[in-house]
Design a protein around this ligand. Sequence first.
Ligand code: PMV
Length: 327
Amino acid sequence: MKKVTAKAPANIAFIKYWGKKDEKLRLPANSSISMNLSGACTTTSVEFDKRLAKDEFFIDGESLAVEERDRLSKHLDLIRKKAGLRVFAEVRSKNNFPKGVGIASSASGFAALTMAAAKAAGLGLSEKELSILARLGSGSACRSIPDGFVEWRTGKRSKDSYAYSLFPPEYWDICDLIAVVGEKEKKVSSTEGHALAQSSPFYRARIIGIPKKIREIKKALKDKDFTKFGEVSEREAINMHAVMMTSNPPLYYWSPQTQAVILAVEEWRDSGLEVYFTIDAGPSVHLICKSNGIAKVRKCLSGIMGIKRVIINYPAAGARFLTNGNN
Ligand code: PMV
């Protein structure tokens, strides 16, 4: 069978997904809004091969833990079932950014895997179907399928929980500078973290407040109101981390460097540089600014100790084929 290669971006959520209303189907407790990232991508090739006795995975040249292999094989099982296929696959995947430090490697990883494997299995799926399938691998992966600025509505059933594009990447010239503050993998994965969310006494309050935040951020996006957009995003990130830190057991994704960047952002803003932060399930800080602010933000970051590298991201297209299996 033909080998198919697909490339998918990671994404950063401004209104975040934390907690599920259906664990198995990965139905999120709330809707979320994100932007695809041009500088953080996964490229994955999949080939189903009758000669294989099991699925083989080569991810960034490293061997995978058993649980990771099982999770990927389970995802391939869904695709095999849809395609009526009983053949194992060889999967080769490369990330151009470090895994597990709060850049969504599972989002770009499962989006690229879904797209390449579905096509390699002979399925011709729509963007919506690919988004639903990617969601079953890792929730936020559904947002890496469509282009640019994206909304993922919760949905009541699996078939209506998918992401779609609100605006194409060229709609707004904002960017996300990721200050990578650690390259060690996090101890608690987001999958485990989601399951703890409801144990926080602040969980319900956060969920109740989400529809208003979604309305506000969508309006800010439509009006290109950067100040409002940044303020809502920043408050939302702190809110999600408050739930994480107050779950039982608590999840502390921040490191001292995370806190140092957060405090510096406030100072930079006071001195006239318009930049906001958001943080996912890891210590790295995403700094959101207009593209004419990149040089200044980089310079400011260079004054902070402990930043391993800075990844510059513009809004990006969603998942794409690099080869289509026809050649
Ligand atoms: O898709 P997951 O299980 O990796 O969860 C993503 C969780 C956050 O990155 C913290 C928030 C989000 O909406 O991306």
